[in-house]
Design a protein around this ligand. Structure first.
Ligand code: 7TS
Length: 411
């Protein structure tokens, strides 16, 4: 009898077969896709789940008495349970579906922080945040006359955290779990613990952590955790906000409209229960179904093996890139996720990106929506190669060969 959920071993070539786009036949040219931090590819089971939803269950949710609506509601709410299980939340009410990390953070900024923020208060972030974890706080701070402070970073791209940065005026500490521009893995548990000891709520931006590790929000102890479906091998347009129930209960709605109400009159409207209070309008039902399928898929992987494989990709890339003349890796933290960001003396990242593209290698160039990181390292932009578990060591070699070519062209 075979009842093992996890596959016995991690074989990258077997895993690659689960991702139709990696077969490459649609473009008739090879592609080494190293832009996974921007968005990752989708396994066939995700594509099938979305197609099956539209073919067999498509209907609006929660409202219909007909069986099709009941089936769609079951699919959507089933996806919520999968998310709860995946991140080990205590209750399904703590899982709010959003459009993605950005919307999750904006929801917390508007509904949680804004009503509490008074002139002179502070919000603490870090110098390595994605703009999505800076601008929403900045907007509400400006409105309230509050201040946005940050934890600085060292030359390796690690936080220089000092508990003194958490002051009696700090109303929230929001920080990135894994940096998209440096790869740094932050000590999230310790940071949360330091904030909690002072009664300061925390939000963790998990957009780049969720694709690389199993998340356990109860172990982290954070109040809010945000991530995007499209980076965890699910579809675009769907994301998650985890929030501690006591806090979500005390928060006003983020948007008004269908499904987030209990009773509407022209005099007064009362709000629906959690999590529906935060899900105004018809949600991305198929997106939730796709995300649920992606998490089911991730659940079949041996995560110890995934971690080891990604560590090997990072080690091979770091070692090989370090030998290229004039190439400086930006972000050399002790604990890193599988991405490398770099600067090459005398070559603009845009040119690097274009030449790499001609060689069939997809990387990202630019400021990666983390301009404070660029400022910290004195560069306008960098080149970033970001890996997923379906990347191979041979693909790293293609990247290195292409970069060697760039170096020769610009010698
Ligand atoms: N936070 C981090 C750490 C991110 O890396 C990103 C997206 C976001 C928030 C926003 O996520 P979204 O799904 O709401 O857009 N990062 C990137 C990137 O590095 N390249 O493209 C998108």
């Amino acid at each position: 009898m075979h009842r093992t959920l996890a596959r016995p071993a991690f074989d990258v070539e077997t895993v690659r077969k689960d991702f139709p786009i990696l077969a490459g036949h649609v473009w008739c040219k090879p592609l080494v896709y190293l832009d996974n931090a921007a968005t990752s590819h989708k396994p066939r089971v995700v594509l099938d789940a979305i197609e099956r939803f539209y073919k067999e269950h498509n209907s609006n949710i929660h409202r219909g008495v007909h069986w099709l609506s009941a089936a769609a509601t079951k699919d959507y709410e089933g996806a919520r349970d999968k998310v709860r299980d995946w991140i080990r939340a205590a209750a399904r009410e703590e899982i709010v579906f959003t459009r993605g990390t950005t919307e999750s953070i904006n929801l917390v900024a508007r509904s949680f922080l804004r009503p509490r923020l008074k002139p002179g208060d502070e919000v603490l972030v870090t110098e390595m945040e994605h703009h999505s974890n800076i601008v929403p706080w900045q907007l509400v701070c400006e409105e309230a006359g509050a201040k946005l402070s940050h934890v600085p970073i060292d030359d390796r791209g690690q936080l220089l955290f000092d508990e003194k940065l958490l002051t009696e005026r700090t109303r929230l500490f929001a920080f990135v779990h894994v940096s998209n521009a440096l790869g740094t893995v932050n000590p999230a548990r310790e940071l949360v613990r330091a904030a909690r000891a002072r009664g300061i709520p925390t939000l963790v931006d998990g957009a780049q952590a969720a694709p690389h590790t199993r998340i356990d929000v109860r172990d982290l102890g954070c109040d809010f955790y945000a991530f995007s479906g499209h980076k965890v091998f699910g579809p675009t347009g769907i994301g998650v906000l985890y929030g501690r129930k006591e806090l979500l209960e005390g928060m006003p709605p983020y948007q008004g409209g269908g499904e987030m109400i209990k009773r509407v009159t022209f005099q007064k409207t009362t709000w629906n229960d959690l999590p529906y209070k935060f899900e105004a309008g018809t949600p991305d039902i198929a997106g939730a179904v796709g995300l649920g399928a992606a998490l089911d898929y991730l659940g079949t992987l041996d995560w110890e093996a995934v971690r080891a494989h990604e560590a090997a990709l990072l080690a091979r890339a770091t070692e090989a890139l370090s030998t290229i003349k004039g190439l400086r890796i930006i972000g050399t933290a002790k604990s890193k996720a599988s991405l490398v960001t770099f600067d090459m003396e005398g070559v603009h990242p845009h040119d690097i990106g274009q030449i790499l593209d001609q060689e069939g290698v997809a990387v990202r160039t630019g400021h990666h929506c983390a301009q404070p990181v660029m400022d910290r390292f004195g560069v306008p932009a960098t080149t970033r190669a970001s890996f997923a578990f379906y990347n191979t060591l041979a693909e790293i070699d293609v990247l290195v060969a292409a970069l060697t070519k760039v170096r020769e062209l610009f010698a």
